[in-house]
Design a binder for this molecule. Structure first.
Ligand code: GLU
Length: 428
């Protein structure tokens, strides 16, 4: 079983979507189920409705899952397992106050040493524990040897016991910390492979240690994906998936781009179904990938070119293959459905005639309104010339303006080919 484990604490950004996509692709390749686990135990930072929003986005990208689990519903298991660890003396109550711990952390900083808990409460005599009325956390005792992770992307990484530390698993208010909840849920859900962002790499030995301490010996594989950086080489402020969709990027193009970056792929343009055939985690680069809106625009354009014309026309408010073909003509100057829509809207909008065209445009409009239907552009053009007596340099410019709302743009003959059934609606 694989899982995608989003936190409902912010918009889903492209890094999260890439994690979801890779989990989906590998679950298909391995013929294992994919579940979604909403990691909602950070109550203070949860944003109402974000879970539904994330769940609503996944199907747009063809990401199918078999079950949705809310982490907060598993808290009773987290508590029970913390208790088991205490019983087995693998975990202990820690009465060190947050202020005291902060002081120790500061001292380590001043002495330029990596902070690690000093295990002050690890071997407290029972009576000191029983009689102690102060609030306490529960810590899992540090491992006694290094923990080695064989990451499918990053390779072998070893973590010394001090790097794992005797870390807190239950807070003073007896809620599980993220690492504890996550490790147990992966165990309860029989997860075989965890694919997630590399920002979680340091959590992995801890989660591993939690499960080993609980006697769970099934091997959980890990693949940590190199982070996606933005234009300024930062991890933050990556575009949200919702924003990209609003800007007119197609889900198929966004998926294509996210599978492509930092990867070796057999071709540049593909869909997720193709990727299931050849995707492998070990082809991914170990270093961060850089997000580029220009490359995404290029890929989006290619997907729009390949789209069936009637389907494309729906994105711009029609259900007509001719309008879809016309939209493809505009791909010379537009890359998103939003940009295409504004081009098509300009064609059908009431037009504000530039002053220098006023006279010609008036005569031409009247002539076109009285014209019969012409199948061929040349016949249409010759009719206007003949009936209106107009000619001269700006004839074509004015005609293009009346038909498209702009003076520059695609060949008028091409535009006519796709718009000939709409002339009455366009030239009013
Ligand atoms: N909830 C974590 C996040 O959204 C994911 C943790 C995991 O995949 O293990 O970053």
């Amino acid at each position: 079983m694989l899982r995608f484990a989003p936190s409902p604490t912010s918009d889903m950004h492209i890094g999260d979507l890439r994690v979801a996509l890779f989990n989906y692709i590998v679950s298909k390749q391995r013929n294992e189920d994919l579940i979604v686990r909403i990691e909602d135990t950070d109550k203070e930072n949860n944003i109402e409705g974000k879970d539904e929003e994330i769940l609503g986005l996944l199907p747009l990208f063809g990401i199918e899952y078999t079950q949705v689990i809310y982490q907060s519903e598993n808290v009773r298991y987290h508590s029970a397992m913390a208790l088991q660890l205490v019983h087995e003396k693998k975990a202990f109550s820690c009465f060190c106050s947050p202020e005291w711990l902060e002081k120790k952390r500061e001292e380590a900083k001043i002495n330029k040493k990596a902070y690690s808990y000093d295990d002050a409460c690890r071997n407290l005599p029972h009576e000191l524990v029983i009689d102690n009325m102060n609030p306490f956390t529960i810590r899992l005792s540090r491992p006694d040897k290094a923990i080695v992770i064989n990451d499918l992307v990053k390779g072998e990484i070893s973590f010394e016991p001090d790097a794992v530390d005797s870390f807190i698993i239950m807070r003073q208010n007896k809620t599980p910390v993220y690492n504890f909840a996550c490790a147990i849920d992966d165990m309860l859900n029989d997860i075989s492979l965890v694919i997630r962002d590399e920002e979680h790499m340091d959590n992995t030995p801890k989660q591993n240690h939690i499960r080993t301490s609980l006697g769970y010996d099934k091997k959980v594989e890990y693949a940590h994906l190199p982070t996606i950086l933005n234009d300024s080489n930062e991890k933050d402020d990556l575009p949200s998936v919702k924003w990209l969709l609003e800007e007119g990027f197609l889900p198929s193009a966004i998926s294509n781009y996210l599978i492509l970056i930092g990867n070796k792929t057999p071709q540049e343009i593909f869909d997720t179904k193709d990727a299931i055939e050849w995707f492998t985690l070990d082809a991914l680069s170990k270093s961060p990938a850089r997000f580029s809106i220009d490359i995404l625009r290029h890929i989006n354009k290619e997907h729009l070119k390949n789209m069936e014309a009637t389907e494309l026309s729906r994105y711009v408010g029609f259900a007509d293959a001719n309008i879809g073909e016309l939209a493809k003509v505009y791909l010379e100057e537009a890359s998103t459905t939003k940009e295409l829509k504004s081009k098509i809207e300009a064609i059908f909008a009431a037009k504000e005639i530039p002053v220098e065209f006023t006279k010609t445009a008036k005569i031409m409009t009247e002539t076109i309104k009285a014209a019969p239907y012409f199948e061929e552009y040349d016949d249409f053009k010759n009719y206007i010339i003949k009936e209106s007596g107009l000619k001269g340099n700006n004839f074509l410019e004015v005609l293009r303006f009346l038909l498209t709302g702009t003076v520059n743009g695609p060949d008028v003959a091409l535009v006519y080919k796709y718009l000939k059934n709409y002339i009455g609606e366009i030239v009013k």
